[in-house]
Every structure is written in structure tokens, then in C-alpha cells.
Design a protein around this ligand. Structure first.
Ligand code: ZN
Length: 175
């Protein structure tokens, strides 16, 4: 079984475990440099995000959404390569393409969890996180359709008003 990679660190920094200078402009685009093999590894990722102030943000085609201050857990697929996609989110900036790009324009990634391989679908992984956070006070899915345009989920974005440390520890694969 492959080891999952967990990275936590300062926002906008590339933490250990994620090669620098990696990241295509869109899914499926190979990165430049010599990290092609690792970057091409597919899988899922979860971003643990802090939004310091309540914001009303335009989330692409979803339009204006009111987002409370607090913490968010986003589950997404990286069909074109985990390192490239997660690295792109950690660096920030760039063209806004996915719903998560609009949120990250105002928020900070505090931690990223990656799950290499294609054995688990993003809907199932999101549902697992939702179950694990069910006991966190105020936890909910604040934006219908966020990251879930092509499935039956309410969204792939969870919210908690306070840092849900206990629940997040159990989010780790194998936790
Ligand atoms: Zn789904």
C-alpha cells in the first residue's frame, strides 16, 4: 500500500513533499521540469482551508455566495496529477477555473491531504469527511453545488466555524 502524503505548513509556501515549480494551468496538463512521473500520479486531495472573515464571493457559475468565517474542507479529484494540482492551490493565483479557485482567492490553505490512486471516488471521500465532521458544532455544507457539478452530492465543501482538530485528524487516510 502506498504511503499517503500529508503536508501542513505556512500558507502560500510549498511544503516539503511537494516539488517546487510544478503545476499546469489546467487538469491534464503536464508540468514543466523533471517531476513528470510523480506529478502525473492521479488521486484525490482534501484541502483544509481558513477563511478569516465572512465574505460574499462569486463562485463561478454558482454566482454570489455568502461564506461565513471559519474552516472549510474541500475534496477534489486530480486526474491530471496530484502534485501539480495541489501545488497550484498552495501557491494561489492563476486563472480561476474551478469553484475552489474562487474560494482560495480569499482564503488560505492550512493543510493538504492527498490520497494517491483511484480506488476511492471523490464523492465517497467527501461523504467520509462529512460523517467524521458530523459531531463538530455548526458543521454543514454551505454552498450547494460547490465542486459537485457532475454528481448527486450536495457539494464537496464542508464548513465548520471552529478548527475541527479532532475530526480533521481522523480525516487522514487510515485515521
Ligand atoms: Zn459528489
Amino acid at each position: 500500500m502506498r504511503k499517503e502524503h500529508v503536508a501542513a505548513g505556512a500558507p502560500r509556501d510549498t511544503p516539503p513533499g511537494f516539488p517546487r515549480g510544478v503545476g499546469g494551468k489546467g487538469e491534464g496538463e503536464p508540468p514543466a521540469g523533471g517531476t513528470r512521473r510523480r506529478s502525473a500520479e492521479r488521486g484525490l486531495y482534501q484541502l483544509l482551508i481558513e477563511l478569516p472573515r465572512p465574505r460574499r464571493l462569486r463562485i463561478g457559475a454558482l454566482g454570489r455566495c455568502s461564506l461565513p468565517a471559519g474552516y472549510y474542507v474541500y475534496t477534489g479529484p486530480a486526474q491530471g496529477g496530484l502534485a501539480g494540482r495541489v501545488g497550484r492551490h498552495l501557491r494561489g493565483g492563476g486563472k480561476r477555473h474551478w469553484h475552489i479557485d474562487y474560494l482560495l482567492a480569499a482564503a488560505t490553505v492550512r493543510c493538504a491531504i492527498t490520497l494517491p490512486g483511484g480506488r476511492v471516488g471523490e464523492c465517497a471521500w467527501h461523504a467520509r469527511a462529512r460523517t467524521l465532521m458530523a459531531d463538530v458544532a455548526g458543521a454543514r455544507e454551505p454552498v450547494r453545488g460547490f465542486g459537485a457539478s457532475d454528481c448527486r452530492c450536495t457539494s464537496h465543501l464542508l464548513y465548520a466555524p471552529r478548527w475541527p482538530l479532532g475530526a480533521l485528524l481522523t480525516l487522514l487516510p487510515g485515521g
